[in-house]
Design a protein around this ligand. Structure first.
Ligand SMILES: [Zn+2]
Length: 468
């Protein structure tokens, strides 16, 4: 729905301290938090799965919108202005004719599958109660595989049917639902805590540490409490981080291998987390007693797989042929493909890093401590992927000037903005949303006009962003 998985938004709201050392520490901590999301997302199979599902949905949207008969375009405008989305779960099936009938169902399934995996709270209660979850997951995984076959994913047999075994249950706890989003958030707070406990910020205001512990008492700490309850004993932050990393790397049909079936328990990250935490009963690991290392973490994953009966997901094919950001910005491709191309290129670099140094992702906070931190003084080619490539700081769009120029960075931003509009066009109402785009873009009438023209050229719709 927005660019937040692509672009780091630096907001100042969490800086709540007065002296300089602490302000720097606090900025650093916020940066660590948001960058942790980036590295964990793009460096895990669930993130790659989400990027691929998103690409499939956006390409279906791009095709559908640009092939809409004139009459449907009129309906779309009328519906929007009266507050009715063109595609919606509540009013399905709305389009009874031609291709639109199939596009509507496929698009809704892809949307549903994405949010089911990331955060079912992005769906309304009505959607989760009435929609066929299994059909949505199976069809979406299949569409995604066909689109990525022989490229990001392994070859796909012609008659393949993706099957999900076991009941498709969500994970409910006494504190509310456990979602993949909460796992990402919990990990990011633990990563931040690593900073405070480490050498770098030792001088900082102890209020920072208290603030983080307070955060862990809320929703974001739920996985820690749940793991403790399921394991029947206290688990340190390092162990919880390893459990989260295991959970966020599900086995995905077509990505892991050409086996078209997978158990829901092995696919759904919150379920993986629960099963993994239970497997900690009566088992103490090296991770609980020593500073996290590549060897100890790999060994932990191996033992955990044995004890839990769940495999660690991996990517069997070559995820991206692109080797630089410049290529991702300039290689000829449809607008809707550009953002996922950047994501998958970053993902392939992060997976390579994961192979050599799993802790740089599983225990993201260690990147800024001790010897590892010296890698940033003269960053090598792989370490740079641990940070979001594009950022918006105080409303201004920023890009890595050593990798792309103004034109390329602008093309990438336009690709991301247009792709974010597809969801809005098909599923939103009223004027196009723009609160997820860099504010400075809207200070310049010329830029807004140019962006609207690209949207019009690529969709055929006269529906632009407007300044407020
Ligand atoms: Zn967060």
């Amino acid at each position: 729905m927005n660019l937040r998985s692509q672009i780091l938004f630096q907001d100042q709201t969490r800086t709540r301290t007065s002296d300089l050392v602490t302000a720097v520490g606090s900025w650093h901590k916020t940066y660590v938090h948001e960058s942790s999301h980036w590295a964990r997302y793009h460096g895990s199979t669930v993130g790659i799965l989400l990027s691929l599902l998103r690409r499939t949905r956006d390409q279906l949207a791009a095709y559908t919108i640009s092939h809409l008969p004139r009459q449907d375009v009129e309906h779309l405008h009328e519906d929007r202005s009266s507050g009715l989305p063109f595609f919606s779960f509540e009013r399905y099936p709305k389009h009874a004719q031609g291709e639109l009938k199939y596009s509507e169902l496929d698009w809704l399934n892809l949307y549903f599958a994405y949010y089911l995996l990331l955060d079912p709270e992005g769906l309304t209660e009505f959607d989760t109660a009435t929609w066929d979850m299994r059909a949505a997951m199976e069809h979406s995984l299949e569409d995604m595989w066909r689109q990525g076959a022989g490229m990001e994913m392994v070859e796909c047999p012609d008659d393949v049917r993706v099957g999900i075994d076991g009941p498709l249950k969500l994970v409910h706890t006494s504190e509310g639902p456990l979602t993949s989003r909460v796992l990402f958030e919990c990990a990011a707070v633990l990563d931040e805590l690593f900073q405070v406990e480490g050498a770098f910020i030792r001088k900082a205001d102890p209020a920072l540490r208290e603030f983080l512990l307070e955060v862990l008492n809320g929703e974001y700490g739920m996985p820690c409490r749940l793991a403790r309850a399921l394991a029947g004993r206290t688990l340190g932050g390092s162990t919880v981080l390893a459990l989260i990393d295991f959970a966020l790397n599900p086995v995905v049909p077509g990505l892991n291998s050409d086996d078209p079936s997978v158990d829901w328990k092995e696919l759904y990250p919150p379920y993986r987390f629960v099963t993994a935490a239970k497997a900690m009963t009566g088992w103490e690991t090296d991770l609980e007693f020593q500073y996290p290392s590549h060897e100890a973490t790999v060994h932990f994953q191996h033992m955990l797989a044995k004890r839990s009966g769940l495999r660690m997901g991996s990517v069997a094919s070559r995820l991206s042929d692109l080797s630089t950001l410049r290529e991702a910005a300039t290689a000829p491709m449809h607008l809707s493909a550009r953002t996922p191309a950047v994501s998958l290129m970053c993902a392939s670099r992060l997976l390579a890093l994961r192979e050599r140094d799993v802790c740089s992702i599983s225990h993201y906070g260690v990147n800024f401590l001790g010897e590892r931190a010296t890698r940033f003084i003269k960053p090598d080619r792989d370490v740079q992927w641990l940070f979001p490539v594009f950022q918006v700081s105080q409303g201004e769009y920023r890009w890595p000037a050593e990798h792309v120029g103004l034109d390329e960075a602008t093309d990438l931003l336009i690709g991301a903005a247009v792709a974010s509009a597809y969801d809005d066009i098909l599923h939103g109402v009223g004027p196009l949303a723009h609160d997820h785009l860099p504010r400075s873009l809207f200070d310049d009438a010329g830029q807004v006009e140019a962006l609207n023209q690209v949207l019009k050229d690529s969709t055929g719709l006269d529906m632009g962003w407007h300044r407020t």
